[in-house]
Design a protein around this ligand. Structure first.
Ligand code: IPD
Ligand code: CA
Ligand code: CA
Length: 285
C-alpha cells in the first residue's frame, strides 16, 4: 500500500481572532455539557443501542443522547453553521463553518467502564468530510472521568485546563512511545497487526488506549510521542488535530491507493521519520 503526498488545504475563509476565541469557549462548554450527560448516564445502565460497521462497532444510548444534546445546543447558538456528527447529524450551513462532533470517542472503553473516553467538539472551515482539505479553527476534547478539557483556537494556542500545551522536543525514533488504534473492520485490523509487527521493534513501545482523540491530546501534552492510525474519521481528529498543531506539533493525513487515510500525529521532527516507517511497513505487508 503506497501513499500519495498530502494535499495542502485550499483557501478557506477563517473567522477573526475574537470569533475564534468565542468558538473555542463554546466548544469547551458544549463538550463539558455533553461530558456531564454521558458521565451521568454511565452511572445508570449502559446498553448497546445498535451496531454499525461490524458487531464490535457499537453505539450506546449515551452516544445518541450526547449527539442530540450537542446538535440542539448548536442549532440554538449558531443556526448559520453546518453540523457533521458521527451518529448521523448532518446539516449544511451558510457560514462556511461546520461543527464536527464525536459524542463519545472511546465508546468501547465507555461500555466497559474504562476511564479513557471523551467528547470531541470542533469547528472546521472547508469541507468537514475531507481531512486533507479542511481547516479546523476551534476545538475541545473533554474527558469527564479524568476531569480534563483540552482545547485550541487557530492562532491562539492550545491548553489543558489552565495549562498551556507545548509538544516537547522529539526523541529519536527508537525511543518514541507511539499510540495507535485498530479498525472495527476485521480485514483492516489484520493489516494493522502486520504493519505493527514491523514497527514494534523500531520504536520504544506501542500503546492502544482506545480513544484516538485522547491519544492525540496526549501527544500535545507530551504524554505520548505520536499517534498513528489508518481509518480515523473527521470526528475523531477535528478538535485533536488543532490542539496538536497549536501546541507546536504536526499532523499529516496520507491518502492510500485504496482511498483510506493513514493519519500521523506527532512532533514536527518525528513526522517524516515516523511517516516513512509506517509507509515502509505498509509496503511490506
Ligand atoms: C474510535 C476510537 C479508537 C480508534 C477508532 C475510533 P469511537 O472511536 O477513537 O481509539 O482506534 O479508530 O473509531 O468509535 O470510540 O468513537
Ligand atoms: Ca471516535
Ligand atoms: Ca464515537
Amino acid at each position: 500500500m503506497t501513499s500519495t503526498p498530502p494535499t495542502t488545504a485550499p483557501d478557506v475563509a477563517i473567522p477573526g481572532r475574537e470569533v475564534v476565541a468565542e468558538l473555542r469557549r463554546t466548544c469547551e462548554a458544549l463538550a463539558q455539557r455533553a461530558g456531564d450527560l454521558v458521565l451521568q448516564m454511565r452511572r445508570e445502565a449502559v446498553d448497546v443501542a445498535a451496531t454499525k460497521s461490524s458487531l464490535t462497532d457499537v453505539v450506546t444510548r449515551a452516544d445518541l443522547a450526547s449527539e442530540k444534546l450537542l446538535t440542539e445546543l448548536i442549532e440554538e447558538l449558531r443556526p448559520q453553521d453546518g453540523v457533521l456528527g458521527e451518529e448521523g447529524a448532518r446539516r449544511v450551513g451558510q457560514s462556511g463553518l461546520t461543527w464536527v462532533l464525536d459524542p463519545i470517542d472511546g465508546t468501547v472503553n465507555y461500555l466497559y467502564g474504562r476511564a479513557d473516553y471523551a467528547v470531541s467538539v470542533a469547528v472546521v472551515a472547508g469541507d468537514p468530510a475531507d481531512m486533507t482539505a479542511w481547516r479546523p479553527v476551534a476545538g475541545a476534547v473533554h474527558a469527564p472521568v479524568h476531569h480534563r478539557t483540552f482545547s485550541a483556537g487557530l492562532g491562539l494556542g492550545a491548553s489543558d485546563g489552565d495549562r498551556e500545551l507545548r509538544v516537547p522536543p522529539a526523541p529519536e525514533l527508537a525511543q518514541a512511545l507511539v499510540g495507535t488504534g485498530f479498525s472495527y473492520d476485521a480485514a483492516v485490523r489484520a493489516w494493522q497487526g502486520r504493519v505493527l509487527a514491523d514497527v514494534l521493534p523500531r520504536v520504544r513501545d506501542v500503546r492502544r488506549a482506545g480513544a484516538g482523540a485522547l491519544d492525540a491530546c496526549a501527544v500535545a501534552a507530551g504524554e505520548l510521542d505520536a499517534h498513528v492510525e489508518r481509518g480515523l474519521q473527521p470526528w475523531d481528529v477535528a478538535a485533536a488535530e488543532l490542539i496538536v498543531t497549536e501546541a507546536g506539533g504536526a499532523v499529516r493525513h496520507d491518502r492510500q491507493d485504496d482511498g483510506s487515510i493513514v493519519t500521523v500525529i506527532t512532533s514536527r521532527d518525528l513526522l517524516g521519520p515516523l511517516g516513512d516507517l509506517f509507509a515502509h511497513a505498509s509496503r511490506d505487508v
